[in-house]
Design a protein around this ligand. Structure first.
Ligand code: DGI
Ligand code: FE
Ligand code: FE
Length: 190
């Protein structure tokens, strides 16, 4: 599937603002993929489809989680966490793309996790730093991402945890594990 075909499928699923975000994630992810020498076609597809399921209603997302035997603990957390895992399944069942590397990057794009692949990291961090984002601390993440993508992912996880705690929201364990993994590598030193 080429870029235009993929974008057209996603465009039909998303409001214009989310579609524009998708384009910026794609451009950011491709720059990073070139820098880190990853498969550009795969990264492109992962970026294009990462938010494919974001505007399906909660009932439908829940049905997919149950029927596709995704981790049921997702249902105990904020529904914002459902669209990545469901999109990874939809990619196979609705779009016909079965590629574990692409599916993994889509699956983990919201929470992150420990032991991410380079492709997982590129999609996770491109979604966080795309030029439309203005989270507190995002500029510092942009400054390190081309030197140390692990540190960038750790900073993004840390910022998100701080943000969620400030709102009294629950935090998915994999996000904590990503944060802890970075501490273990002394990414917080200096
Ligand atoms: O879909 P996007 O808006 O482009 O971005 P996303 O898929 O990263 O979703 C981000 C939202 O998910 C953000 O508002 C924070 C929220 N969220 C809720 N619980 C968690 C969480 N993010 C992480 N990393 N971990 C959580 O436990
Ligand atoms: Fe998302
Ligand atoms: Fe996104």
């Amino acid at each position: 599937m080429n870029r235009e075909q993929a974008l057209e499928m996603v465009r039909q699923q998303l409001p214009i603002k989310r579609y524009e975000h998708t384009i910026r994630v794609m451009e950011t992810a491709l720059d990073l993929a070139e820098h880190y020498q990853l498969d550009l076609k795969k990264v492109e597809l992962a970026a294009i489809f990462h938010d494919y399921a974001k505007y399906r209603d909660a009932k439908e997302l829940k049905r997919w989680i149950i029927q596709e035997q995704l981790p049921q603990d997702l249902l105990d957390y904020h529904q914002e966490l459902w669209h990545g895992p469901v999109a990874a399944k939809m990619l196979e069942k609705e779009i016909g793309i079965c590629d574990p590397e692409i599916q993994s990057a889509i699956y983990w794009h919201t929470t992150g996790k420990q032991h991410m692949s380079q492709m997982d990291k590129v999609i996770f961090i491109a979604d966080y730093i795309e030029p439309g984002r203005s989270f507190p601390g995002v500029e510092e993440v942009r400054q390190v991402v081309y030197d140390d993508i692990d540190k960038a992912c750790w900073m993004a996880a840390r910022n998100t945890i701080i943000f969620l705690i400030s709102k009294n929201q629950s935090i998915y364990p994999d996000t904590f594990q990503l944060y802890n993994e970075g501490l273990g590598r002394n990414l917080n030193a200096e």
